[in-house]
Design a protein around this ligand. Structure first.
Ligand code: PLP
Length: 377
């Protein structure tokens, strides 16, 4: 298969950084002991995991005892939702219709088990109605609130501190799916005030199959995965030491170069918006693209004359990788649940362009030129 030349699907996954790969390969060849074994190789593997935990904790300004490694964002979200609802007995969940399927689908299942799931109103730009949240919290103060930090399809950012204050005032728990923001924004958990957050290494230039959950001290819940006593009984299963060591390295690198990466991706996103507006007058940007939005994500709707079925294949032929929204929902014929919630014009085919540190301005120009050729043949 020909290697794709232009990769604009960084919200689906990122290309692992070379320093991360070096770390992972060294770890794979040297640290093959089981971290639960008491002999020297096991102890070395354990040390590697605990060093990684300290690194992640330091970068998020939390205690290492509040970080639990998982297989990724999906598992971490599930563990928190199931643990709080069925384990701690939280029978009301306040969430939004634009969450990732890794939150929406467990909640469908929990609703079948009798948990009441309340969906917040979302405005046309994709922002959550905080007055509605306040009203629901007044009615159901002992709730679990689950709202994502940055939307993976449109990039909208949640005012996390404001939500955390409302939850604290009501006595509710606050979980935020932070998969798209960990490694992209400075996340001081003490200042942000959420009780639970989640990370996924492959979104910030680490490997797939490694992630973590942050659980604020005192807010522990019964585990979702049962087995050995790994992760202090919060997540059974032999630890993915290679993925974990790579994730700590990736997060460290992401923090070292955060301002540089932010500036770079923001410039690409802004240029993409300007160039598309110039080239395709009827283009539309979904969400709050030029407002409170993550610098890595841009959701674009093209004029109805564009053949929706052919859009991604046409880009693919040109060697350009983008997606139609969430990686999980791309390929689904039902369209995006996020764009449907916003009331986006269904006749306009949409695509998500997501930027990363490896992209260049030249690639943005090429993308816009190809899109203009498709839109205005
Ligand atoms: N939550 C959000 C917002 C995501 O974007 C994703 C991945 O697309 C996930 C959760 C799932 O994470 P993982 O791939 O680590 O299971």
């Amino acid at each position: 298969m020909k290697t794709p030349v232009i990769y604009f699907d960084n919200a689906a996954t990122t290309r692992p950084d070379q320093d991360v790969l070096d770390e992972v390969i060294a770890c794979m060849s040297e640290e093959y002991g089981n971290p639960s074994s008491v002999h020297a190789l096991g102890r070395r593997a354990r040390v590697r995991i605990e060093e990684s935990r300290r690194t992640v904790a330091r970068l998020l300004n939390v205690s290492p005892a509040e970080i639990f490694f998982t297989s990724g964002g999906t598992e971490a979200n599930n563990a928190i939702l199931w643990g709080c609802c069925l384990g701690l007995g939280y029978s009301d969940v306040i969430t939004s219709p634009v969450e990732h399927p890794a939150v929406l689908n467990p909640l469908v299942c929990l609703a079948e088990k009798g948990i009441r799931v309340h969906h917040l109103r979302v405005d046309q730009t994709g922002h959550i109605d905080l007055a509605h949240l306040k009203a629901l919290l007044a009615e159901y103060p002992r709730s679990l609130v689950s709202l994502m930090h940055a939307n993976n399809e449109i990039g909208n950012l949640l005012p996390v501190k404001a939500v955390a204050s409302l939850c604290t005032a009501a006595g509710a728990l606050f979980h935020s799916d932070t998969v798209q923001t960990i490694g992209k924004l400075h996340m001081d958990m003490q200042k942000l005030g959420m009780d639970f957050a989640v990370g996924s290494a492959h979104k910030f230039y680490g490997l797939k199959g490694a992630g973590f959950m942050y659980v604020r001290s005192g807010k522990f819940f019964p585990p979702y995965l049962l087995g050995g006593g790994q992760e202090r009984n919060m997540r059974a299963g032999t630890e993915n030491i290679y993925g974990i060591a790579g994730m700590a390295k990736a997060l460290e690198l992401a923090h070292q170069r955060m301002e540089e990466d932010q500036h770079h991706c923001r410039s690409l996103k802004e240029a993409c918006i300007d160039l598309l507006r110039n080239e395709i007058p009827d283009v539309h940007f979904n969400g709050d693209a030029e407002g409170s939005s993550l610098h890595t994500i841009l959701n674009v709707s093209l004029p109805p004359t564009v053949d929706a079925e052919m859009l991604l294949p046409s880009l693919d032929i040109e060697g350009i990788c983008v997606s139609s929204g969430s990686a999980c929902s791309s390929g689904s014929s039902q369209g995006s649940h996020v764009l449907n919630t916003l009331g986006a014009d269904e006749t306009m085919p949409s695509l998500r362009v997501s930027f990363g540190r490896h992209n260049s301005m030249e690639e943005v120009r090429k993308l816009v030129q190809v899109l203009a050729n498709i839109a205005l043949p």
